[in-house]
Design a binder for this molecule. Structure first.
Ligand code: ZN
Ligand code: ZN
Length: 140
């Protein structure tokens, strides 16, 4: 269904593209996503690393041990601060794109809400998602 998609940061200095079927889409309510995004949760689209290319610019990475125990690397634009994607050694072949960094994110349909155990009372968990109190298999 989804083939080539492009995205990038707010200041346009970093641009990426990917192709391939997403392996998963989720709203992540973990406290790290909350801090890093500055919002109630982060919406991520997992795509095969093999189909991902940075077209321009150089994202900066910040690595931190998540509550899951995994050291998650969060990549962002050092100029404008936009978050772009994260990587988790638990699933090295997958890259977790921040859905909001896509040029066109209309097709994104998160099926999961994860880390709902730390969801905030001011956030909304869509009734159609499968909910996991912590990590099903990935992210952090
Ligand atoms: Zn930027
Ligand atoms: Zn998270």
């Amino acid at each position: 269904m989804v083939y080539i998609q492009k995205g990038g940061c707010l200041c346009q200095s970093i641009r990426y593209e990917f192709f391939g079927e997403p392996v998963g889409m989720a709203h992540c309510h973990c406290s790290d996503c909350r801090k890093a995004s500055g919002s109630a949760f982060a919406t991520v689209v997992g795509i095969p690393l093999s189909g991902f290319t940075i077209l321009q610019g150089e994202p900066k990475g910040f690595s931190i041990q998540a509550e899951s125990g995994n050291v998650v690397t969060r990549c962002f634009c050092s100029q404008c601060g936009s978050q772009l994607y994260s990587k988790n050694p638990k699933a090295p072949d997958v890259i977790w794109i921040k859905a909001g960094s896509l040029d066109d994110s209309n097709w994104v349909k998160p099926a999961l809400s994860i880390w709902t155990s730390s969801a905030q009372p001011w956030s909304v968990i869509p009734p159609e998602t499968h909910n996991f109190p912590k990590n099903p298999t990935f992210t952090g």
